[in-house]
Design a protein. Structure first.
Length: 475
């Protein structure tokens, strides 16, 4: 009868380990799922929302560049008082000697002036066209940067979810282990009291229980940390968690194809490609400073009481202006050389991003393969550890094994359960990491039912806007 309670606790330990280690265990309808957590992060994560705002700000570069095609209109008005005084000199030719005559006229004038000016650039060395293309490339690059942030947030959400699920399982395993060790110590003391074991056996059981409690405290600390990280990334407090499932089916089936997709579809690589386009267009814009500039200006001015005896003056002018730059100190040439160096830098950055994408794909692929193999190995380890523990316990009952042998076998079972839980966690996280490495971690690819943020909507709303200070959302 003494061993019945211990055997029951060991059975509960094995059941708990199996329940938390298996990915596909039955879940209750009220529990949170990994897909739900990813959806919450997609909608609520402040880093992702901040990057969306940055993209909307980048959209405004296009209408600013397009403004170079449009006329510039201005209206002026002026009013005030002018004091006018004129001194005239005349000579009386009728007398001799000639006598000068001085006369002065003074008057306060209430001057008013109104005017309007319109300026239209006709040619500026293709700078407006190149600035527009550059702004569009900046927008496309910002969209890829948003994809980088989106993938990272979704990966962080999946990782935070699986970390919490893993730490919860390890915490429960350590709690069950402490219960088993407590019962083991109680039974060892009972056997010591009747002379079946020595004081050494009791000390060994006490030591192992203290180690189990220490491991339990460490597991509790990790669990609390994972809870806080879950709240930070996903934006809500965690509830009861369903097991996560890997997304291997969404990734390429062979490594070569995964590498190709990573080098061509990774958002960091695409953002670097648009960075090269932006730098090349900057060279063309700086070269435009060497071209002639042609524009036309129309002006209308209406003035009242600017001079005595002048009630109103009207001035209308339409002028074409051609400016041919000859030399402006050499700054324009320096800008061209500087931008050419920037192009070289951006091309090298593109190579760096491609190499990084390839390395990330290969690393993620290896981690996923290793996690799958670890699941098989740790499953076998758990089964063997269960058999070994049962055997050692039966042998200890007939005096063929010591208390230390039982404690060691029990600890090996706990370690095997923890390893299996960790391997299950690693497989799910590695599958999401690989999907992100090939540029496929998105809500569309995951097939989740959520309103997808479409950056094209805001872009079309502001691209051709001529006036207005309100943003499309009414701010």
């Amino acid at each position: 009868m003494r061993g019945r309670g211990l055997r029951e606790n060991i059975r509960l330990l094995a059941v708990a380990g199996a329940a938390y280690a298996a990915v596909g265990f039955c879940a209750t309808a009220s529990a949170d799922t990994l897909e739900w957590a990813i959806l919450q992060a997609y909608q609520n994560n402040p880093s992702l929302n901040a990057q969306r705002a940055a993209l909307r700000a980048a959209d405004e570069n296009v209408p600013q560049a397009l403004s170079g095609y449009r006329p510039k209109l201005s209206v002026t008005a002026a009013a005030g008082f002018n004091y006018f005084r004129e001194v005239n000199k005349s000579v009386n030719q009728q007398v001799f000697p000639n006598q000068p005559i001085y006369s002065s006229v003074g008057e306060d004038l209430g001057t008013r002036q109104f005017g309007a000016t319109a300026t239209q650039t006709l040619f500026n060395g293709f700078q407006t066209a190149n600035r527009t293309r550059q702004a569009e490339s900046q927008v496309m690059g910002a969209r890829e940067t948003l994809r980088v942030t989106e993938q990272q947030v979704l990966l962080d959400a999946a990782t935070a979810y699986m970390n919490l699920l893993r730490d919860q399982a390890i915490l429960d395993l350590n709690r069950r282990n402490v219960e088993v060790l407590t019962e083991q110590l109680k039974q060892t003391r009972d056997r010591f009291n009747v002379g079946e074991v020595t004081r050494t056996d009791v000390a060994q059981a006490e030591s192992r229980l203290a180690a189990g409690r220490s491991a339990l405290l460490g597991a509790q600390s990790n669990y609390v940390t994972s809870q806080a990280n879950y709240r930070r990334v996903i934006g809500v407090n965690p509830g009861r968690l369903d097991p996560g499932t890997p997304v291997d089916r969404l990734s390429p089936a062979v490594l070569a194809r995964a590498i190709t997709e990573g080098e061509t579809q990774s958002p960091s690589v695409l953002a670097a490609m648009y960075g090269v386009d932006v730098a090349e267009l900057a060279v063309k814009i700086s070269e435009g400073a060497l071209y002639p500039n042609l524009g036309i200006t129309a002006a209308y001015t209406q003035s009242y009481d600017t001079q005595p005896q002048s009630l109103r003056q009207t001035n209308v002018s339409i002028l074409g202006q051609l400016t041919v730059p000859i030399y402006q100190g050499g700054a324009e040439y320096s800008a061209i050389r500087q931008n050419k160096e920037t192009v070289g830098q951006q091309r090298l950055n593109l190579d760096v991003n491609r190499d990084q994408a390839r390395a990330t794909v290969v690393q993620s692929w290896g981690q996923l393969d290793a996690a799958k193999a670890q699941i098989e190995a740790t499953t076998a380890q758990v089964n063997a550890a269960e058999i070994a523990l049962n055997g050692v316990r039966e042998e200890a009952r007939v005096g063929q094994r010591t208390t230390l042998d039982v404690l060691n076998a029990q600890q090996e079972l706990v370690n095997a359960r923890v390893a299996l839980v960790t391997a299950q966690h690693d497989r799910v996280v590695a599958s999401y990491t690989l999907l992100a490495a090939v540029g496929g971690l998105s809500m569309q690819r995951l097939g989740l039912n959520v309103m997808i943020y479409d950056p094209q909507v805001h872009y079309q709303q502001v691209r051709d806007a001529w006036i207005g200070v309100r943003t499309p959302d009414g701010r």
